[in-house]
Design a protein around this ligand. Structure first.
Ligand SMILES: [Zn+2]
Length: 164
């Protein structure tokens, strides 16, 4: 069972190389997730201990390491079930307000961008139809709520993780 650094503190994660999609989605949902395909198992465990992160993995051998106690062994191969398990085991829920808290690509916290500022940085259709935008200072990407995000949120809601 994963333990948190302190009570009420939101969980932070480090995902192993097999769990790239899960890592991206947890970032979309606002969580701090380290994901780096260059980390080997030893680096990953070391990083988890040092930064008090929960290790997300599907590798049973990895979690047998003594240092890897704070882990969550992911059961399913399906992304929606994986998200469901991680949030469920950590006592978390999908909070729409926290969506786009972090950059999917670099895990940096995002800041809000006004529609005027976003207008010439997104496709015209998006500028016309969306009114909330977020921006990453790390990679300069602009984010908005896209249909694939809506679809995933509905799937998570169907799994019982939606807003209550
Ligand atoms: Zn970024």
């Amino acid at each position: 069972m994963p333990t948190r650094a302190r009570d009420r503190e939101e969980p932070r994660f480090v995902a192993d190389v097999m769990l790239g999609s899960l890592a991206r989605w947890l970032r979309i949902l606002g969580y701090d997730v380290t994901y780096d395909s260059n980390l080997d198992d030893a680096d990953l465990v070391e990083r988890a201990v040092r930064e008090k992160r929960i290790i997300l993995t599907r590798d049973r051998r990895l979690v047998e390491r003594k240092q890897a106690r704070n882990h969550l062994l992911v059961d399913s191969e399906r992304l929606d079930e994986q998200i469901h398990q991680v949030l469920g085991d950590c006592g978390e829920k999908v909070e729409p307000d926290r969506l786009f808290g972090r950059c999917v690509r670099c895990n940096q916290p995002l800041s809000e961008l006004s529609p005027e500022e976003a207008a010439d940085r997104v496709p015209p259709y998006v500028a016309r139809t969306q009114n909330r935008f977020h921006h990453c200072f790390g990679c300069n990407r602009v984010y908005w709520r896209a249909t694939h995000v809506e679809r995933m949120l509905s799937r998570l809601e169907a799994l019982g993780l939606g807003k209550s």
